[in-house]
Design a protein around this ligand. Structure first.
Ligand code: ACO
Length: 316
């Protein structure tokens, strides 16, 4: 027994930050960011907490799914930027929506949402009936706003899915190659009076070119593998939902795989890279677009710090 998706929801902070806004305090330009990363604007939290974004996404997914919070058997949230280290963001959402079920967070960086879907599949195999999976991030608090190489890339947002026991989760692949040299975010500095060594700043560090190479290779290999595992051909896939890290990574991978650009979806121009939230936010746009037909096959693919990567195929 696996699952099918019965509801999706998403939420973005209200503050739009354009490339021109960033150029007022960073040595960058709309032209550089648009061409190298494919972002025009992103949403950045001002007063919103990540829990508030996750709450709104969760409520919208419940509404589309037509179920009450009390019907949920589990809440799993993928995040690297929860408001608290403890309690988990999933527990905060559980309380705020009024659910009564186990709840936990998963950290697989930008691959977290697909890791969370696959974790949910394990609970469905145990007999769970309804599970909510979220991806929610407030990356703006982890950015060094003086570092133009990372500050222009990321955004804040949350997405959610309500899953019901079913047979539409057809295949998956999870990978991790332990490596903190390419992408990392140190924990906030502690205050122990006994520490003698200098603590790293708690900001996103990224080796852009190594990330780029890893991402394209992982995305291509993972999509080929999950499509095959599902007993399908690439031509059978109606929609690819890639992690929105960089438009060039998505376009290069789609070209290498021979997937038409209109089937490989993007919203990074408006959202930036929202890490674990990017796939559920884009899924929510697709589910509400009216473009989906019964039986459509959707491939999701993500990659991120770890280095992790993950992909899956679901049927609509
Ligand atoms: N504005 C203007 N110039 C910039 C900026 C900026 N925001 N950032 C860097 N530059 C400059 C650099 O200083 C460098 O200048 P120099 O030639 O004078 O030294 C020049 O641009 C080229 O820098 P590179 O790092 O070589 O640029 P590159 O073409 O590799 O593009 C980028 C950088 C966009 C980060 C690219 O490497 C990339 O897309 N990598 C993938 C990273 C990614 O997708 N990360 C997502 C986050 S991680 C995740 O989600 C898994």
């Amino acid at each position: 027994m696996s699952f099918r998706i019965i509801g999706t929801g998403s939420s973005l902070p209200s503050r739009v930050v354009t490339n021109d806004d960033l150029s007022t305090f960073l040595d960058t330009s709309d032209e550089w960011i648009s061409q190298r990363v494919g972002i025009s604007e992103r949403r950045i939290c001002t007063t919103e907490s990540v829990a508030q974004l996750a709450h709104k996404a969760a409520k919208a997914a419940l509404e589309m799914g037509g179920i009450t919070p009390l019907e949920l058997d589990m809440i799993i949230c993928a995040t690297i930027s929860a408001d608290y280290l403890a309690p988990s963001l999933a527990c905060t959402v559980q309380q705020s929506i009024g659910a009564n079920c186990p709840a936990m967070d998963i950290n697989a960086a930008c691959s977290g949402f697909i890791y969370a879907l696959d974790t949910a599949a394990g609970f469905f195999a145990r007999g769970f009936k309804k599970i909510m999976v979220l991806g929610a991030e407030r990356l703006s608090k982890l950015i060094d706003w003086n570092d133009r190489s990372t500050a222009v890339i990321f955004g804040d947002g949350a997405g959610a899915m309500v899953l019901e026991a079913g047979d539409a989760y057809l295949s998956s692949k999870l990978q991790a190659k332990g490596n903190s040299d390419v992408l990392s975010i140190p924990q906030p500095i502690g205050h122990s009076v006994y520490y003698e060594n200098e603590m790293p700043q708690p900001y996103i560090f990224m080796n852009g070119q190594e990330t780029y190479k890893f991402a394209v290779n992982a995305m291509c290999a993972d999509i080929i593998d999950v499509v095959k595992l599902a007993g399908l051909e690439l031509d059978d896939i109606s929609w690819v939902i890639p992690h929105q890290a960089n438009a060039r990574i998505i376009d290069t991978s789609a070209k290498r795989l021979g997937i038409a650009p209109e089937r490989c979806l993007k919203n990074i121009d408006r959202t930036g890279n929202t890490s674990a939230a990017s796939i559920p936010i884009l899924c929510d746009e697709l589910f509400r677009s009216g473009k989906l037909n019964d039986g459509d096959y959707i491939a999701m693919s993500s990659f991120g710090a770890g280095l992790t990567s993950a992909a899956c195929v679901v049927r609509y």
